[in-house]
Design a protein. Structure first.
Lengths: 652, 324, 151
């Protein structure tokens, strides 16, 4: 490296620094440093004239590096780096010595504070001496975005990205868009008809010129990195041509095979050839090959015989397509904790103990009972419905530790809708707390508590069991201190919300993390809630954590905004302060590969480690684990750290 | 071509390095033919007076094995430095202080007490009987590698240096075709590069000492929980210990950019335990695994104690508020 | 001149992670909290950048104490760097103990960006503790390489 000629600029920051630190003495001490070619001290270095001092000095003194002794780099590092760049000095040759937040503002003795300021400034001179000029890493990208999950969150995200002018592929595992929201009857707190507000969005997504919808499809593999992902998507055969199907339904009439309906949550059956719900998008029937008597070889073809438009095609095969995308939004949603895992509430064996989504289907006008409240066992109208909140949630010893966030609200909704449909009915709700934080939520709960035939009992329901003809809920009312035994006609469990079962495998394929409860992990719980730790992959909706529709939609838009900001740039840039591997020293032990949370390191064909600069975030954890010193962090090498230590401990 | 003037000296040593020179088998005949051995106390009688009488730089190359333990070691190291054109730190003891560097963990008085018993029986630097004076070299308070005493031109690591390396060195010596000063006769990479075992980076669930389990001969020893120093050790020895189903003990010292081999390996091992699956609940398990390493200094500093501040015994002050 | 010259003033180096503890130190400054001036901060991106070797180098060069500041477990900006730092420092402290160096000389503290007061308390407490533990025996012992007159 050439002989260092470093410029040191000591800021008074008005009196903020000058009151306690003798800035002139600092400048004077540094002027005697062999690597320092120029010093100056000034009132406000961040001001225009202050920055001008730096620019002029770079020119006049041919500076090879700059140290500004002033406030925290968190305040003004970009300011001074830009100033230097304008004068033709590489911005990565500029460092700040924090002699304000870490010195003048926290010490009182002038001599001690000045001494410490000199030492701190010297450590940064030591660092900048060995900094290399760096250029940001530039990445080209394609103009397409992938959205995984066709529920309300994925639909919203896809629409937002598409509206910005970029291409979107929307992949949905099931035969139709809509997700769980399509199964709901009304949504709290407004009691909007769920399908009425959802289906227009589904249609918009399907019709949008920038969105390609792939239903009955799954993402089976992803390779590449931000801006340049390659997604492998398997399109499963529906055996029905959606362009020809006219929804007449004759195929389902003649189909001999029935299985439990997923859409109706097992309350009724559907045929092997079916449409999940009338407003399904794509507007087409689907033949479920696992439920069918057999396609290869063809065992039955009754459906094809009655299909007038000839939409049925038994020759369809799974198709794997590869799509290049710049960003991926993961909106895979949730599934409910199965009642079979709640042994204390009947273990899924009692027909009249159902979960929240099953009750939604019963409430729904387009559901198996046409909106009439009828219980599964005998079709009778239940006169007393007992609702059990926190079924499987908030229970770290036995089930899930987390709160599922929406159950207090939907249970109140269920109670209100039930009461509306069965005016002489009675609703009993076992609750631990009521969580109603959204807009209008508290008022909604009050509305439910005011109904004289909705009884809120504070206590956990301990058991639900059959006793002869009786269905009994056994619990406690903590406010009166009494044990409660209630005969119920129907029990609705607000079961715990979990990430969709496909989440874990998909997260692994995408190399993004899941938290301890299996939900998609966000980059930072407060400041980066819709980004994953992998650049270019975003997370949104209930897959990231239990949430209501407004929050899910907001996150969908948030993730879309992140994707758009990526797509809208000509090239993507990435900090160059990343890890380098000295191939002449690296023995390929692979320890670094095991350290990296971003999967930025790998062993290449030559058997040595290689760092993908685009994925590397520059934490240096691998550098610390490297047993040979082959891995180093640009502009924070071991040699630089050792130099700084030496200076930090030397006598002034 | 004139014969190479060769010297081989042992300081605080076990004799293994001198034997290692014979490991070159029939090449020893080339050495006998092509070199004039001016000094080799292990194999031939010579007096220090002879050594002093050589001109400065007269000996082409001296292979110096053993560490600096006594004043004699130091004195002769300086003398040899003057008389040799090239000085080679040969073997682990000369290079890093070697296994005997672990003596630095004990104070000299404690060593003498253990070896000799009561103070009256301790060897004295000067004693006399019947008008005759016997002088013994002083036992220095710390053992050091050769490079602490004099400038070293080449280094041959290993305990002892492996056969192929010794061959390479002696071929260079005999031909006069020596590499640049400062060259280390070993790989610049760590042992993992030449180790044939399969690395899967499984979670290290326990730490094992070699006698505690039968290692799987195909899989990486570190993956299996044995403390193999390979990642923090220079290769070039052909990974003979892992090939013999024993973990590497680090005798060749660290790669060039690592000042403290033991710290590097300690760091690497701590990094690996639990890596990739950490959470707030895993810390107790990770600690339990790390607690299975019993003798940390002995494990990580077996050959490098003399090169690290950890290879010493310290006494914290009794009255810490006294300034002195 | 203060009256501090008549007592031992420890020299301490602190490695502070950019996202949490360095920001916590900034907050202590913004809040005008005060603490002793014995600690020289060195900013690293992550506490995971700190190695046993770096800490030993500081002790070798005369540090009486070494402080490492990182994010709370689960909050590391880089996911898991702080977990690695924890294990490394834990093993190093045991090694220090084996050598007779008081392991209290090396402290790892979790300080978030919002914990200005915790930063202040940590610096004050650590400086006090090192004052109690005393001057590091490392420089003196490592200088003791020469022979002794009496064999």
């Amino acid at each position: 490296m050439p002989t260092p000629r470093i410029g040191v600029f000591v800021c008074h920051c008005g009196l903020n620094i000058e009151r306690t630190v003798d800035t002139r003495a600092v400048a004077e001490a540094l002027s005697r440093h062999p690597a320092v070619a120029h010093v100056a001290d000034y009132d406000y270095m961040c001001s225009d004239p202050g920055q001008g001092l730096i620019r002029e000095a770079i020119d006049a003194h041919r500076l090879t590096g700059v140290v500004v002794a002033a406030c925290s780099p968190a305040m003004h590092e970009p300011t001074f780096r830009r100033a230097a760049e304008e004068a033709g000095l590489n911005p990565y040759l500029v460092e700040m010595a924090n002699i304000r937040e870490h010195c003048s503002w926290v010490h009182h003795d002038r001599a001690e504070a000045t001494r410490k300021a000199i030492v701190i400034t010297r450590t940064l001179v030591e660092k900048v001496k060995r900094n290399h000029p760096l250029e940001p890493v530039e990445i080209d990208h394609v103009d397409q975005c992938l959205v995984i999950g066709g529920g309300i969150t994925g639909i919203q995200a896809a629409l937002d990205v598409a509206e910005s002018g970029f291409q979107v592929i929307l992949v949905e595992k099931g035969p139709s868009l809509g997700g769980h929201m399509a199964q709901l009857s009304e949504t709290f707190p407004t009691l909007d008809c769920s399908q009425c507000i959802l289906t227009p969005k589904m249609v918009e997504a399907a019709r949008h010129p920038n969105i390609r919808v792939m239903t009955y499809s799954e993402v089976v593999g992803v390779s590449g990195y931000v801006g340049n992902y390659v997604a492998k998507i398997r399109k499963n055969p529906t055996y029905v041509d959606p362009d020809k199907c006219n929804l007449c339904g004759e195929c389902a009439v003649v189909c001999p095979q029935s299985v439990k309906s997923e859409f109706d949550r097992g309350l009724v059956e559907r045929k092997a050839i079916y449409i999940p719900f009338q407003q399904a998008i794509p507007s087409s029937y689907t033949l479920d090959e696992d439920a069918c008597l057999g396609i290869r070889p063809l065992r039955c073809s009754e459906c094809a015989k009655v299909c007038e438009p000839g939409a049925i095609d038994f020759d369809m095969r799974p198709e794997i397509v590869e799509e290049e995308v710049a960003a991926i939004i993961v909106a895979t949603g949730y599934e409910l904790y199965s009642p079979t895992r709640l042994g204390e509430y009947g273990g899924g064996e009692i027909a009249d103990v159902i979960d929240g989504l099953q009750f939604e289907r019963i409430l729904s006008a387009s559901g198996p009972t046409g909106g009439a409240i009828r219980r599964p066992s005998d079709g009778r109208t239940p006169k007393r419905v007992v609702f059990v909140q926190c079924a499987g949630s908030r229970d770290p010893e036995n089930h899930n530790a987390h709160c599922s966030r929406v159950c207090c609200m939907y249970t109140a909704k269920h109670a209100l809708l039930y009461r509306h449909a069965v005016p002489d009915g009675e609703a009993v709700i076992f609750y631990i707390d009521i969580r109603a934080g959204g807009k209008g939520y508290e008022e909604f709960i009050q509305h439910a508590t005011e109904d004289e035939r909705i009884l809120y009992l504070r206590g956990k329901a301990a058991r639900v069991y059959r006793d002869g003809d009786r269905l009994v809920v056994w619990g406690v009312d903590t406010l009166s201190g009494r044990r409660i035994e209630i005969d119920a006609d129907l029990v609705v469990l607000a079961t715990s919300i979990e990430p969709h079962p496909s989440t874990a495998a998909l997260a692994k394929a995408l190399k993004i993390g899941c938290g301890s409860e299996g939900f998609l992990k966000e980059a930072h719980p407060k400041l980066r809630p819709v980004e994953s730790l992998t650049a270019g992959i975003f997370v949104a909706g209930a897959g990231q954590g239990p949430k209501d529709i407004p929050d899910a939609v907001a996150q969908g838009s948030g993730a879309a905004a992140k994707a758009i900001s990526l797509l809208a740039r000509e090239t993507l840039t990435h900090s160059p302060e990343v890890v380098t591997i000295d191939e002449s020293v690296c023995g390929g032990c692979g320890v670094c590969v095991a350290m990296c949370p971003y999967s930025a390191l790998s062993r290449n064909g030559a058997g040595v480690a290689e760092c993908n600069e685009v994925l590397c975030e520059g934490c240096g954890t691998c550098v610390s684990a490297c047993p040979t010193g082959a891995a180093q962090l640009r502009n924070m090498t071991d040699a630089q750290v050792r130099g700084m230590i030496e200076v930090a401990l030397a006598d002034v | 071509m004139p014969k190479a003037k060769l010297g081989i000296y042992w300081a605080a040593a076990c004799g293994g390095c001198d034997c290692s020179i014979l490991e070159i088998n029939e090449q020893i005949l080339d050495v006998a033919a092509g070199a004039e051995i001016l000094l080799w106390p292990c194999a031939a009688d010579a007096k220090y007076e002879d050594l002093r009488n050589y001109r400065n730089g007269e000996i082409d190359i001296v292979l110096f094995n053993g560490a600096i333990r006594t004043e004699e070691n130091r004195e002769i190291a300086e003398l040899i430095r003057a008389k040799a054109k090239y000085l080679v730190a040969y073997g682990s003891c000369a290079h890093t202080g070697g296994v005997i560097g672990l003596a630095n963990l004990s104070e000299r008085d404690r060593i003498f007490e253990t070896v000799y018993g009561p103070r009256e029986r301790w060897p004295r630097t000067e004693s006399s009987l019947d008008g005759c004076v016997l002088r013994l070299p002083a036992f220095r308070t710390q053992l050091t590698p050769l490079s602490e005493a004099v400038d070293v031109d080449f280094t041959v690591p290993g305990c002892p240096p492996p056969r192929e390396i010794v061959r390479e060195l002696l071929t260079a010596v005999l031909s006069g075709d020596l590499p640049p000063r400062g060259t280390v006769f070993a790989s610049s990479k760590n042992l993992c590069e030449e180790c044939p075992r399969e690395r899967t980076h499984e979670r290290i669930g326990r730490i094992l000492r070699p006698h505690e389990a039968e290692p799987d001969p195909e899989k990486c020893l570190l993956d299996q929980g044995f403390v193999c120093m390979g990642p923090a050790t220079r290769g070039g020895c052909g990974a003979v210990c892992p090939a013999a189903n024993m973990p590497c003990t680090g005798c060749a010292g660290p790669t060039a950019d690592v000042p403290d081999q033991g710290a590097a390996m300690l760091n690497t091992l701590a990094s690996l335990v639990g890596a990739g699956e950490e959470g707030e609940t895993t810390m107790a398990d990770e600690d339990a695994v790390l607690m299975q390493i019993e003798d940390i200094i002995g494990t990580f500093y077996r050959f490098g104690a003399a090169t690290s501040i950890l290879g010493r015994r310290y006494r914290e002050r009794a009255n810490p508020t006294d300034l002195d | 001149m203060s009256d501090r010259t008549d007592r031992f003033e420890p020299k301490i180096v602190a490695f502070l992670c950019r996202w949490c503890s360095y920001a916590g130190a900034d907050l202590a400054g913004v809040s005008r909290l005060s603490y002793p001036p014995n600690v020289i901060p060195i900013r690293v991106n992550c506490s995971g950048r700190v190695t046993a070797g770096i800490v030993l180098r500081a002790l070798e060069r005369g540090a009486d104490g070494v402080l490492i500041g990182g994010c709370h477990p689960g909050d590391c900006h880089y996911v898991s760097g702080n977990y690695k730092a924890r294990r490394r420092i834990a093993l190093l402290r045991r090694a220090l103990e084996e050598s007779g160096i008081d392991p209290r000389r090396v402290r790892l503290e979790w300080i978030s960006a919002s914990e200005g007061m915790k930063f202040q308390r940590t610096i004050a407490a650590f400086t006090d503790e090192i004052r109690t533990v005393g001057r590091s025996p490392v420089p003196e012992t490592t200088a003791e390489v020469g022979a002794d007159a009496e064999g």
